[in-house]
Design a protein around this ligand. Structure first.
Ligand SMILES: C[S@@+](CC[C@H](N)C(=O)[O-])C[C@H]1O[C@@H](n2cnc3c(N)ncnc32)[C@H](O)[C@@H]1O
Length: 242
C-alpha cells in the first residue's frame, strides 16, 4: 500500500489534516456514538494511577478530555498533525467543557520520536493511533520508554469481529458503507478507504500482545468490546526491582 514508512506517515498526516474539522462528527456518526463509551472504558483502566498522563495520537483530544474528566490529569496530548490538535483545542475552548482545557497540554510531535524525558508518565494511552504509525514497534517502544516503572499503557484500537456472520457484515460496512458516507461527509473518500484497508491489514490482538511483551511490557491483556469491533489492550511497565 505504501512504498515505505515515511510515505505512510506523510499520507496519514495529510489525510487527518483534511478531515480535522469533521473528524469528531464522523466518528460519532460512524460508530453510532459508541466511541465515547470505548474511551470511557480506557479511562477506567487507569483508575487509581497517579499522573501525569500521555495521550499519544491525541487528534482532536476526545480521549484526553475523557481522561481529565475522570480526574486523570494533567494530560500531555501529543499528535504530529497540527490541524487535528488545533481544531480540538479550538472546539474545546468554545464548548461547555472549556474549564477542562487547562489540564491538557498539547504537543505537536512524532509518536515515534517522543520529545519527552524517560520514565515520566504514570499512564500512556493511544486511541485509534497505533494502526496509523509508520513503525509500530518504534512507537510502542517510545511509549514504554516514557512510562514510569510500574506505569500502565492502555491501547484502544479497531479489530475484526471473528464470528462468521458478523465478520461478513463488518467487511461490508468497512469497504462499502464507510468510504461512501465518510467520503460524502468529509469530502475525502480516500481517507476512509485507507481506514477500511488499515483495519483489515492490522495485526490480530494476539500478535499485538506478543509485540508488547517483546518490547518489555508485563501483565499484557486484551479485551474485545462491541463484538470485537474494537479491542482494549492493557500492559504494565515492570517496577525497577520487579
Ligand atoms: C484516528 S486519529 C485518533 C484521534 C484520537 N485519539 C481519538 O480517540 O479519536 C489518529 C491520530 O493519530 C495521529 N498520528 C498518526 N501517526 C502519528 C505519529 N507518528 N505521531 C503522532 N501522531 C500520529 C494522526 O495525526 C491522528 O490525529
Amino acid at each position: 500500500m505504501f512504498k515505505d514508512q515515511e510515505e505512510k506517515k506523510g499520507f496519514v498526516k495529510e489525510k487527518f489534516s483534511n478531515v480535522a474539522d469533521r473528524y469528531d462528527l464522523l466518528n460519532s456518526v460512524l460508530s453510532l456514538g459508541i466511541d465515547s463509551l470505548w474511551r470511557k472504558y480506557v479511562a477506567r483502566q487507569l483508575h487509581g494511577i497517579e499522573g501525569p498522563f500521555l495521550d499519544v495520537c491525541a487528534g482532536t483530544l476526545p480521549l484526553s478530555l475523557t481522561l481529565v474528566k475522570n480526574e486523570l490529569r494533567p494530560v500531555c496530548a501529543l499528535d504530529f498533525c497540527f490541524d487535528m490538535l488545533a481544531y480540538g483545542q479550538h472546539r474545546l475552548s468554545v464548548c461547555r467543557e472549556s474549564k477542562y482545557i487547562i489540564h491538557i497540554i498539547p504537543v505537536c510531535a512524532d509518536a515515534e520520536k517522543l520529545p519527552l524525558l524517560s520514565g515520566q508518565f504514570g499512564g500512556v494511552t493511544v486511541a485509534f493511533g497505533v494502526r496509523n504509525l509508520g513503525n509500530i514497534r518504534q512507537g510502542i517502544a517510545e511509549m514504554h520508554r516514557v512510562l514510569r516503572p510500574g506505569g500502565k499503557l492502555v491501547i484502544l484500537e479497531f479489530s475484526r469481529p471473528d464470528t462468521p456472520v458478523l465478520s461478513q457484515l463488518y467487511r461490508f460496512y468497512l469497504h462499502r458503507f464507510l468510504p461512501v458516507i465518510g467520503g460524502i461527509v468529509s469530502g475525502d473518500a480516500a481517507a476512509y478507504r485507507y481506514l477500511a484497508d488499515s483495519i483489515e491489514a492490522f495485526m490480530s490482538p494476539e500478535e499485538l500482545c506478543r509485540l508488547l511483551v517483546e518490547i518489555g511490557f508485563r501483565d499484557v491483556s486484551f479485551k474485545p468490546l462491541t463484538f470485537g469491533v474494537v479491542t482494549v489492550y492493557c500492559a504494565d511497565k515492570v517496577m525497577k526491582n520487579g
